[in-house]
Design a protein around this ligand. Sequence first.
Ligand code: IMP
Ligand code: MG
Length: 430
Amino acid sequence: MAGYAVVGTQWGDEGKGKIVDLLGMDMDMVVRFQGGNNAGHTVVINGNKIVLHLLPSGILNPNADCIIGPGVVVNPFVLFQEMEELSKHDYPVNHIHIADRAHILMPYHVRIDELQEATKDPGMRIGTTKNGIGPCYCDKYSRIGLRMCDLKYADIFAAKLKEILPMKNREIVDLYGGEPFDYDDLLNRFMNIRERLLPMLVDATDIINNALDAGKNVLFEGAQANMLDINYGTYPYVTSSSPTAGGALTGAGVAPQKLNTIIGIAKAYSTRVGEGPFVTELNNEMGEDMRKRGAEYGATTGRPRRVGWLDLPVVRQAVRINGLTDLAVTKIDILSGYDEIPVCTGYQLKDGSVIDYVPACLRDLEEAKPVYRMLAGWKEDISGVKSWEDLPENCRAYVRFIEEYCHTQVSLVSVNPDRSGSILLHKLVK
Ligand code: IMP
Ligand code: MG
């Protein structure tokens, strides 16, 4: 039995997809456990670039069962679009299964997300992906959500929608002045896709645990990242789920001891899309240059990502919360060319005190000044380097510094976007 989790340690877009791709071929099952189509990863299929939002990037292994877990919020229309895109490129989709307990992300959730963002004062906007993720999780926890299993009996779905829709329409019209949904029209849209969805539904927790018990390799693929976690991120500038190893347990229905390897992905510098504090942000030409070199533009919304130096209290928080057994450091090639590279090791608060953890109070974080350790840079282009020994000494020292600060081993360093650009320091699939 071997459970693997891959999670982001920063604000997402660390390159999880690439590491999943590397592990994927050894996996028998790939599970997404939280979030919805707010994620975005670009994958290359038969030479064509396509962007996936809901499907995990582990889908690229056609031999691994792909499970959209109970903790995910599923927009079925987006799912079908992604499946059609894959089929268009002759890629199989018959290995995709949806947890019957997963919540359905309804069209009204998307509209509410858009309206909430649009009607907030600019300073209060979260900068969501406007895909309805937050409103769907809200309904889940308010216990007025619709689940995939509600589609099993058409009359149950119809009755629940009849009860819920008026509440949602009141919210849309009275609170935000938006356009309401028509019950018959909405019901029809779901009755039209019901037959197609039903055969895809499974008791996910049962089949995931059966796979683990049978000694199969199961990969739990996180979307977003630790600093976007609903509990530990920079609340309220977070997503509405737990993209952590803990989230994998509750979102897939497996026990803690089933996760043997928990791999955190850390980009060698920081990026963030959306609003919220970002202590090491580079709001200058240097940042612009880093954004261009790192091609830091959102895969879901196309927004330029905010960029900054590596923030180690952030990464260490992820190490602790997730119990990371391994770190993978990605995009370190983008840091070539600097004389010195600042790495944030703490925050100086307004009262002058210095802390080395991420504070809860956003004002503290917004006012904090980064405490930097200056590490020596390297000039060489390292994007073609194939082994640890061939990396410049200062680059290796940069990696060692991350290990030391975070108290965990770096098992992989990635120097270019290809599969061949991953330098393995320790075996990941054990
Ligand atoms: P939501 O998840 O759409 O509600 O957006 C909440 C915050 O999470 C926003 O700042 C988004 O930009 C951010 N976010 C959501 N998904 C991702 C992701 O996959 N990568 C990076 N940021 C994300
Ligand atoms: Mg992404």
